[in-house]
Ligand binder design. Structure first.
Ligand code: BES
Ligand code: MN
Ligand code: ZN
Length: 500
């Protein structure tokens, strides 16, 4: 997809379709009135007849409107004028792209009225257009054997209006958004694959093939013997019940100054979580194929960094394995030694994410990182607390957590901070080992983070619990691509030397 901006003279932009907005009064929006003037009031009379109500989600494709050089005009409902803001604008953009995707239109100029600059400046305007276009055009790589509907042919979007002084920022935004959309599709494809295809070995191969595509990337993949040499006892305990061999993946984007302290991203890569011996109930267990979403988000973030040649060193670490019950599986009561030397009593084998992460977080130390951020579909408790709207954000460094929360606000991919004060770690007491891997029902999302905190002392560390946000269940079942927009915004900000 090609993105451009238009600034003045929409009439001169050579495209096959012009996209304009209508409020639900119904009333033509400002940009639409200019088109209507050229068309000698055709649009106004169409609305007066009641042929278009302007409701949010509504579209109407008109052909050969006199006075308009583009062969088609797409009307898009904007909803109520008084509540028209960034959210309604985003929705209208998405509606327009999906309507265009059902046609044979190859190029379109967007002339939907923009929310105020305070709500959406030129940079974020560009980002949002490219990101929304990319995620709306995303198609699940399904394995249905029937004939597929024809792929959309839309290949060029000219977005506006942008004032002359804003053109540079908008173009920069389009480039950022294009890379975010690409990264999200990497994440979504991996998440949506069936768990018999997306195995730990497959994730390792994908990391290698992504690294081959970009000169800034370098990947190293450890097999089980390598993981054993790293003494990752917690990780090995989770994988020992599975016949699929585990992988520990290190993938680095070498941007910025060589040897600078990197941002280390750590991903939970459980390619299927049955719960192990503490087995899960059968209902919706298939959704536990998405339990590698943190790993997919790491590969997405690295793809983003490489794609925009981010002047920042970013290291991705992924602990990938299955959590299965079997004769060789880890049992409740087993005690294992983590790479950090601390011992853990495994009281529930379904609390496996924190086990694999603990060894990966310990590995992060060798990079002397500027910050460590892990991403994991870690707890059902986080879904109970925040639902599907906010990612849970916790950590041992309030400034870092706040930085991530702010990035989520800017990127429309929000996170909410949960408290990680010292009391919670008392719930992890064990009579037989340094601590247990569960802390009871109360504050489950926080006690999981308190477990991770045992392995990140002295590091600037934050944890994103994406159990509720990384995928959807139900009829829309599939990976959402979150928290890639948040993380891309965070990394881009850091690369510009900002940490607020
Ligand atoms: N992968 C799950 C968390 C999860 C649950 C993600 C629901 C998405 C939706 C994780 O490994 C898990 O099973 N956590 C347990 C922890 C408990 C045993 C302390 C949970 O949340 O029930
Ligand atoms: Mn589990
Ligand atoms: Zn899990």
């Amino acid at each position: 997809m090609q993105f451009e901006v238009w600034s003045k003279g929409l009439a001169q932009v050579a495209v096959e379709c012009v996209v304009i907005g209508v409020f639900d009064e119904p009333q033509l929006a400002a940009e639409a009135r200019a088109i209507d003037a050229a068309a000698a009031g055709r649009l106004k009379s169409l609305i007066a007849r009641g042929d278009f109500s302007g409701r949010s989600g509504e579209t109407l494709l008109l052909t050969d409107v006199p006075g308009v050089s583009a062969g088609r005009v797409l009307l898009v409902g904007l909803g109520a004028a008084k509540s028209y803001g960034r959210k309604a604008w985003r929705r209208a953009c998405g509606t327009a792209v999906s309507a265009l995707a059902r046609t044979r239109i190859r190029s379109a100029a967007f002339a939907l009225d923009r929310p105020s600059l305070r709500e959406l400046d030129d940079d974020y305007f560009g980002r949002s257009v490219a990101e929304i276009a990319g995620s709306t055009l995303y198609r699940v790589n399904d394995l249905k054997s029937g004939k597929k509907p024809p792929a959309p042919v839309l290949e060029r979007i000219v977005a506006g209006p942008v004032r002359g002084t804003g053109v540079r920022a908008a173009r920069r935004g389009l480039e950022h958004g294009r890379a975010v959309a690409l990264a999200m599709s990497v994440q979504r494809d991996l998440g949506n694959l069936p768990p018999n295809v997306c195995t730990p070995a497959y994730l390792g191969d994908q990391a290698r093939s992504i690294a081959k595509k970009y000169p800034s990337l370098h990947a190293q993949v450890f097999d089980e013997a390598g993981i054993r040499r790293l003494k990752m006892g917690c990780f090995l305990a989770v994988t020992q019940g599975s016949v699929q061999p585990p992988r520990f993946i290190v993938i680095e984007h070498r941007g910025g100054k060589a040897g600078a302290a990197p941002i280390v991203l750590v991903g939970k890569g459980i390619t299927f979580d049955t719960g192990g011996i503490s087995i899960k109930p059968a209902a919706a267990m298939d959704e536990m194929k998405f339990d590698m979403s943190g790993a997919a988000a790491v590969l997405a973030a690295i793809t983003f960094a490489a794609e925009v040649r981010l002047p920042l060193r970013v290291v991705g670490l992924i602990a990938a394995c299955e959590n299965m019950p079997s004769g060789s599986a880890v049992k409740p009561g087993d005690i294992v030694t983590s790479a950090s030397g601390q011992t853990v009593e495994i009281l529930n084998t379904d609390a496996e994410g924190r086990l694999v992460l603990s060894d990966a977080l310990h590995y992060a130390r060798r990079f002397e990182p500027a910050a460590v951020i892990d991403m994991a579909t870690l707890t059902g408790a986080c879904v109970v607390a925040l639902g599907a709207h906010h990612t849970g954000a916790l950590g041992n460094d309030d400034a870092l957590v706040r930085e991530l929360v702010s990035a989520g606000v800017r990127a429309d991919d929000r996170a909410w901070q949960l408290p990680l004060t010292e009391e919670y770690s008392e719930q992890l007491k064990s009579n037989f080992a340094d601590f247990a891997n569960i802390g009871g029902r109360e504050g489950g999302a926080i006690t999981a983070a308190a477990f991770l905190a045992k392995f990140t002392q002295g590091l600037q560390w934050a944890h994103l619990d994406i159990a509720g946000t990384a995928y959807q269940g139900g009829p829309q079942k599939g990976s959402t691509g979150r928290p890639t927009p948040l993380l891309a915004d965070f990394l881009a900000h850091r690369a510009r030397g900002r940490s607020e």
